[in-house]
Write a protein that binds this ligand. Structure first.
Ligand SMILES: O=C(O)CCC(=O)C(=O)O
Ligand SMILES: [Fe+2]
Length: 335
């Protein structure tokens, strides 16, 4: 069996010998430590002080005793692997952008309707991944004829419910810590905005020169990640990139830009990225939840803005500059 034995499931762009010049990008090296020092939060007996400290110092933590059934977590990864192993053409046909489970490749930056947002078509712009963008509200109103897809759909729906429960509980403890009034805490986290992204990171011979996902912060309030056993995620802490180890039956929670703004910069929207692997593909599932679209986020560090304003600005920047500027654009000192 060759190293790349499932090539027909890769979009042509990511197949070896596609004609990519391997010197095209400067080698991106970084110092990083092997780490398991990520804060751990026990969901069953949550300690508000520990949660507050993790949100302030790290913007990321490992969640244990989350209550999401292990068989659901395993089934999701298993279904995702099966779907990703279909040929590239079948994935495009079966999972078009109008389907609640929509296929994309090369970029995780999508419009709310699931279209890829990317400037130009240069190799350096491509994230080394393919994925499924899932609108949880659309998902519950749909049924697939294909048995694998239908089973995946119902598992994703259940997973969405589970993670909405987890995010809501975490956020209510955060809102108390931040002393948000009840109107704000209700509009600052809106479970119906929840989306899922299922990723497969491709193997890559140039694993030192490509990124699964480049360094970024999430635009969400809270993001929750379920990853398989292949390492790849890194978090930026104290000027270093640290590996976030996959540990069975734990979830990784990170805060996004909206949490940083609503906490007036007390909480950190943490920078993170994903490495690619020479030998192994990696599957992960991200859940992202946002504020009510038109809820005004008011604090001293930023001009009042809504999540809808923020998203428009990010999409414009991605289209015109090819990169996200994010919260900096809304700083109170900016003209
Ligand atoms: O797949 C991962 O480990 C991280 C994904 C991620 O950072 C994102 O989708 O924003
Ligand atoms: Fe992210």
């Amino acid at each position: 069996m060759s190293h790349f034995d499932n090539l027909e499931s890769y979009p042509p762009f990511f197949r070896p010998n596609h004609g990519i010049d391997s010197n095209e990008q400067a080698c991106k090296t970084s110092v990083h430590l092997d780490s398991d020092c990520l804060p751990v939060i026990d969901f069953l007996c949550m300690n508000p002080e520990n949660l507050s400290e993790a949100c302030r110092d790290w913007g990321m933590f490992r969640l244990i005793n989350h209550g999401v059934p292990l068989n659901l977590l395993n089934q999701l990864l298993d279904h995702a692997k099966q779907l990703f192993s279909l040929t590239f053409e079948s994935k495009q046909d079966l999972l078009s952008s109008t389907s609640p489970i929509a296929y994309f490749w090369g970029t995780p930056a999508l419009t709310p309707s699931g279209d890829a947002l990317q400037k130009g078509s240069g190799t350096q712009d491509h994230n080394w991944l393919e994925g499924l963008n899932i609108s949880l509200t659309k998902l519950s109103k749909f049924q697939y004829e294909d048995p694998l897809l239908e089973s995946f759909r119902s598992s994703l729906e259940e997973y969405g419910r589970q993670l909405s429960r987890v995010a809501t509980t975490l956020f209510s403890t955060m809102a108390e810590d931040l002393k948000l009034c009840s109107t704000k805490s209700k509009s600052y986290l809106s479970p119906p905005t929840g989306i899922l992204r299922v990723y497969r990171y491709f193997r890559c011979m140039d694993s030192h020169q490509r990124w699964g996902i480049n360094a970024h912060t999430d635009s969400s309030v809270i993001s929750i990640l379920h990853q398989d056993e292949v390492q790849g995620l890194q978090v930026f802490k104290d000027n270093q990139w640290l590996d976030v180890k996959p540990i069975h039956n734990t979830l990784i929670v990170n805060l996004g830009d909206m949490a940083q703004a609503m906490s007036d910069d007390k909480y950190l929207s943490v920078k993170h990225r994903v490495k690619v692997n020479r030998d192994k593909e990696r599957i992960s599932i991200g859940y992202f939840v946002f504020p009510v679209e038109d809820a005004l986020i008011e604090c001293s560090k930023y001009k009042p803005f809504t999540y809808a304003d923020f998203r428009t600005e990010v999409q414009n920047d991605l289209k015109t500059l090819g990169t996200k500027i994010g919260l900096q654009k809304f700083e109170a000192t900016q003209e």
